[in-house]
Design a protein around this ligand. Sequence first.
Ligand SMILES: [Zn+2]
Ligand SMILES: [Zn+2]
Length: 241
Amino acid sequence: MQYIADLHVHSVASGHAYSTVTENVRAAAERGLEIIALTDHGPMLPGAPHAYYFGNLRVIPDMLFGVRVLKGIEANIMDRQGSLDLDDQRLAKLDIVLAGLHTHCAPHGSVAENTEMLINALRNPWVDAIVHPGNPEYPVDFTALVQAAVEYDVALEINNSSLTVSRKGSLPFCHTIAGLAKQYGAKILLGTDSHFAVHVGNFDAADALLAQHGITEEQILNTSRERLRDHLTRRGRVVNL
Ligand SMILES: [Zn+2]
Ligand SMILES: [Zn+2]
């Protein structure tokens, strides 16, 4: 599979990542990527930047080293209602909004409670994708989640870090998600979730997993500029891609 975009990347601004925006974008260029999304953690995660950081991303050029730079966030889901940790006005100005469950932000609950929380986040019109839904710390009803993702036209991430360095125990859940995504036709977003620039654009583990489930490029946002643009503009967001 040919991937043109890494849509989940952290910089030093996240507080526990180790490369600058410049280093990340340069790494994307060296890997031959056309697009990178800057998705630092939302303000409520310990060490993450203030909301001002996301409001000021416009100072970064849209093109850097020949790579289209999308300004985004990995927002924290904060409660069972699916609230995010950035206001709608700032979310509206971003190019891409990822949302996910993180300890210190999202309450841990039962399968039913976790599923309700994620589905409520899916219904937020600013959310483009749910990241690392296979996190074993937050077990969910995957059939209900995938069906809701299709209904609300939100992508589900297969997170390369979950299969390599983070969130141990994610693998079987990611297989379940991939199998259901194939069955129901859910959109897939791939992210390296890179916290250091050498990982930008490396989807080896996620690619192998998707191949086992026969998922083809038509379902994956990272394989086509047009497919990504169509997804990001579906709620009236203007993204020049
Ligand atoms: Zn995350
Ligand atoms: Zn992340």
